[in-house]
Design a binder for this molecule. Structure first.
Ligand code: SF4
Length: 229
């Protein structure tokens, strides 16, 4: 996994996203003017043998694109890590920087698009171009992976595609995303993984009450139990 993560951080396959991540890293937000932005693809975070995998959307321009750590440096991440902490899945309630001592317990966090997109919206072509990274990550995690939480419909579709790309036969039409939805997927070798849907902890969802802390921990609690955590 370390080799995969290292290779990922040099990827320049999406011209629009490469230009955006580097422009943001140069111009910076005033509040972070004295920081050096990461400005590169953000690799997955957490142990390679984690039984629970979280699939988000993409790094935030001034969040993970700044700190270089998945879900770190923005309010979405704050909301998510607080929920994981409540469930004992991480050793501290917030993730601030790559050297803050954070340790995930049995959880790996990743994304279907590893570079910050303008307006947080990757194009279908960019999602397609980045998909092989998630498939490779899933392949490495397959021996221990027991459950997946997809944060939003894009993460859900990407997780299903990554399983397909790893040789799993996913029924068509594919199961649909919904908050709280749980699907059991079975591999040709009779291994099973449970896929859970959870609204993305974006401010659009958390500020409006569409996603509450209780809703998030309810889904993650079930996913953790299914993963044996
Ligand atoms: Fe590479 Fe993915 Fe970033 Fe595109 S989004 S440049 S495929 S890492």
């Amino acid at each position: 996994m370390a080799a995969l993560d290292a290779a990922l951080t040099t990827c320049r396959a999406c011209p629009r996203l490469v230009a955006w991540r580097e422009l943001v890293a140069t111009e910076k937000r005033a509040a972070f003017a004295d920081e050096t932005y990461w400005g590169r693809p953000v690799p997955g975070l957490g142990p390679a043998d984690a039984p629970l995998v979280v699939v988000g959307l993409a790094p935030a321009a001034h969040g993970a694109n700044r700190t270089g750590r998945m879900f770190t440096g923005d309010r979405s991440g704050d909301f998510l890590f607080a929920g994981l902490y409540d469930l004992g899945l991480v050793n501290q309630p917030a993730s601030r920087s790559v050297d803050d001592g954070l340790t995930l317990h049995g959880v790996r966090m990743t994304a279907p698009v590893h570079c910050a997109p303008p307006a947080n919206k990757p194009t279908p072509d960019e999602r397609h171009t980045c998909a092989h990274w998630l498939a490779a990550e899933f392949t490495l995690m397959m021996p221990t992976m027991r459950s997946i939480v997809a944060l939003g419909a894009i993460g859900w579709a990407a997780a299903l595609q990554a399983l397909r790309d790893s040789g799993w036969q996913i029924a068509r039409p594919a199961p649909k995303f919904g908050h709280g939805t749980e699907v059991r997927l079975v591999s040709p070798r009779d291994r099973s993984v449970r896929l859970f849907g959870c609204y993305h902890p974006s401010q659009q969802n958390t500020f409006t009450g569409r996603l509450t802390p209780a809703m998030l921990t309810e889904v993650f609690g079930r996913a953790a139990q299914a993963a044996g955590l």
